[in-house]
Design a protein around this ligand. Structure first.
Ligand SMILES: [Fe+2]
Length: 331
């Protein structure tokens, strides 16, 4: 059973206040947890055993499974509609809300609920915790105002693991489906270089049965998108992030992309805490396991590797040069 790797902050960032009147999250009332019927693995997508062994989970994606009860789905929809007042846009997504867990206690408590986290551990076949950075909890995507635009372009995520939950009823929408490419990031990069999107025979569209249904995704390894809507409709999805608690594995983040999107008031402190947590755990591993060795360079390398997340974060934070958000489409 996994606990929070970095506890949710007790104080709120400047400019954020709690919604005054919302139902208190009650797992007995708002959750209806089920295991997915099927799981697909990274191996099937073309990744090598060598690549997979340093990643947060061997899992690529699950079939849709139920997370919320009817009541839970209803409250989440009301929460999402209230959060929409805080929507921002970026190069990849026209309408989204970040930091919703600093405004809605219901959303926060859903996203860090221990029984939901345990279900995600079971699905990912790995010990995971709710993401260390609250900006990656309860992320909301809303349909774009321009119908020709995808809800979210072909991309892989800036974080290792997440689930994608339908907040509105997907069975009532014309288009706007969640799609993923059965292939590797390298294959997708090659297609993108030729100006292509994934061939349709290698794209899967998992059938979500209703609001509150969810798929578990290895978002950093599986290329995916939210397709455009064919006719106007309210389409909201919620993405909740997880990290592996095994910090000897790869970090699997592109934190720097967040500098183009996120509120600096939240981002830098969250990012620093994430990297500090990784380094702290990796240093603890080193304290427990470092063998005697007369090779001073080898020892220095081990020490340097243990704090790599912190040194990289410092370098990236100090570098204020131009940076572009990664995705696989030209516009
Ligand atoms: Fe994504």
């Amino acid at each position: 059973m996994s606990v929070e790797a970095v506890p949710f902050p007790e104080s709120q960032p400047n400019g954020y206040s709690w919604f005054p009147d919302e139902p208190v999250f009650d797992p007995a009332k708002h959750l209806a947890l089920e295991m997915p019927e099927s799981i697909r693995y990274l191996e099937e997508f073309g990744y090598s055993a060598e690549e997979i062994k340093t990643k947060a989970s061997p899992v690529a994606v699950s079939s849709p499974f139920r997370v919320l009860s009817d009541k839970g789905a209803q409250v989440l929809l009301e929460t999402a509609r209230a959060l929409r007042a805080h929507a921002i846009s970026c190069e990849r997504i026209e309408n989204m809300v970040r930091g919703g867990c600093y405004r809605s206690r219901f959303l926060r408590d859903l996203c860090i609920d221990p029984s939901l986290t345990q279900l995600m551990c079971d699905i990912y076949e790995s010990d995971v915790a709710p993401h260390t950075m609250p900006l990656h909890l309860g992320h909301m995507n809303f349909s774009p105002d321009d119908l020709s635009k995808a809800v979210d372009k072909w991309h892989h995520d800036t974080l290792p693991l997440d689930f994608v939950m339908m907040v509105t009823d997907p069975t009532r929408l014309d288009g706007g489906q969640f799609e993923y490419f059965v292939g590797t990031k390298a294959e997708m990069a090659e297609l993108a270089k030729q100006g292509k999107t994934p061939p349709r025979n290698r794209v899967e569209t998992p059938p979500f049965h209703g609001p509150g249904y969810t798929i578990a995704l290895h978002g950093n390894m599986v290329v995916h998108r939210g397709a455009p809507l064919n006719s106007p409709g309210e389409r909201i999805s919620m993405v909740n992030g997880y990290v592996s608690t095994n910090t000897t594995l790869d970090d699997q983040h592109r934190h720097k992309d967040l500098t183009l999107v996120d509120d600096p008031e939240c981002l830098y402190a969250e990012w620093a805490k994430h990297s500090a947590w990784r380094a702290k755990e990796r240093l603890n591993t080193l304290v427990a396991s470092l063998e005697f060795n007369a090779d001073r360079q080898a020892i220095a390398d081990e020490l340097s590797d243990a704090i790599r997340d912190v040194t990289e974060t410092i370098d990236q934070m100090r570098d204020t040069g131009k940076h572009e958000m990664h995705h696989y489409e030209k516009s």
